[in-house]
Design a binder for this molecule. Structure first.
Ligand SMILES: [Zn+2]
Length: 335
């Protein structure tokens, strides 16, 4: 019987690896990167819903930017369901037909449900939406069948990078929040947010954590003190970028500890707004690596009177560009 003597084997392996790593040193493997596209409010009731019923794809004008990304995320600013009663006294309530999930599935990997419209038709309709999204194979986060699920991150792995997405709403009504046994959205209590981010990094072994927020004052183009405070808290807790929406306009952006904060992407698919500022949104494209966000840029969307976004005309299409190490944003060199 032959006995394998570990020290000798280890030495042989060590030598082989050394030779191997010596050969590899000349051509280091490229660091894995992942491209992520994120858009703001997607509202699939009213005229966008009618367009889908007619066979139109409201995302088609942005198909190139969306389909070219490794991960595509949006904020689903409505419930998708057949049941429920509109929340009494709420000025705007949105419920989209389940058919609207077909074009959504074509262009998006996942949606955040953390917003002030996903609960418009009650917890039963919200629960129906969860099932429809699961059936369609569209990932979801920021909401769930109960409070625990609403705070659980969605992990998407691409090119060896594990990215955790968390979603939070902090625009009323708070009655849309999930309960211990009630379907609904995740609300952003500071200490809970810190725990969720830590758990995503720890238990879920995420390489990157990106919270998608629903916050800020409507029509305000400058982020509020609360948005700034919470964004910093999330980055201090381990977030690699913070991306938000809800104000129906784009807002300012900043960096904190080298991590980008994009306060509001504005509308993306949404009808019913008269002003140009509300009908201008951003598709945000980020390039991610093991260290976080390597670069990001915006693509400007102009939304027509049916609520459908179109890439802005050449003269207005220059978005903002940023790369790791840069202190300020620059106009992008390519539209
Ligand atoms: Zn909203």
């Amino acid at each position: 019987m032959t006995t394998v003597r570990c020290p000798h084997l280890a030495a042989a392996l060590c030598c082989a690896l050394a030779c191997c790593s010596g050969a590899m040193a000349a051509v280091p493997p490229p660091a894995p990167t992942v491209t992520l596209a994120v858009v703001g409010d997607i509202m699939l009731d009213e005229s966008p819903g009618t367009a889908i019923e007619r066979g139109q794809d409201p995302f088609a004008p942005f198909a190139a930017q969306l389909d070219g990304a490794d991960i595509r995320i949006g904020n689903l600013e409505c419930v998708v369901a057949t049941q429920g009663e509109a929340e009494p006294g709420k000025p705007y309530t949105f419920r989209a037909h389940p058919r609207t999930l077909q074009p959504l599935k074509r262009h998006f990997d996942a949606v955040t449900l953390a917003n002030n419209h996903s609960g418009d038709f009650g917890p039963g309709a919200f629960a129906e939406m969860l099932g429809l999204l699961d059936q369609a194979g569209i990932g979801r986060f920021g909401g769930g069948i109960n409070l625990a699920q609403a705070h659980r991150p969605l992990i998407i792995e691409r090119n060896g990078l594990r990215i955790a997405f968390l979603g939070y709403d902090e625009f009323l009504p708070r009655s849309f929040e999930a309960g211990a046994d009630q379907p609904g959205v995740a609300w952003s209590e500071d200490e809970q947010v810190e725990r969720d981010i830590a758990r995503a990094r720890g238990t879920d072994h995420a390489d990157l954590v990106i919270p998608i927020m629903h916050w800020g004052w409507e029509h305000d183009t400058i982020a509020s003190p609360r948005q700034r405070q919470l964004a910093r808290l999330m980055i201090d807790a381990g977030a690699d970028a913070v991306i938000g929406g809800h104000p129906h306009v784009t807002q300012d952006t900043e960096q904190y500890r080298g991590k980008p904060i994009i306060y509001s992407l504005g509308n993306f698919v949404f009808n019913g707004f008269d002003k140009a500022v509300n009908n201008t949104g951003w598709l945000l494209r980020l390039e991610l690596d093991q260290q976080g966000v390597r670069r990001w840029r915006t693509f400007v969307a102009q939304i027509d009177d049916q609520g459908i976004p179109h890439p802005a005309a050449a003269d207005d299409a220059v978005g903002a560009c940023w790369e790791r190490g840069q202190t300020m944003l620059l106009p992008c060199e390519t539209p």
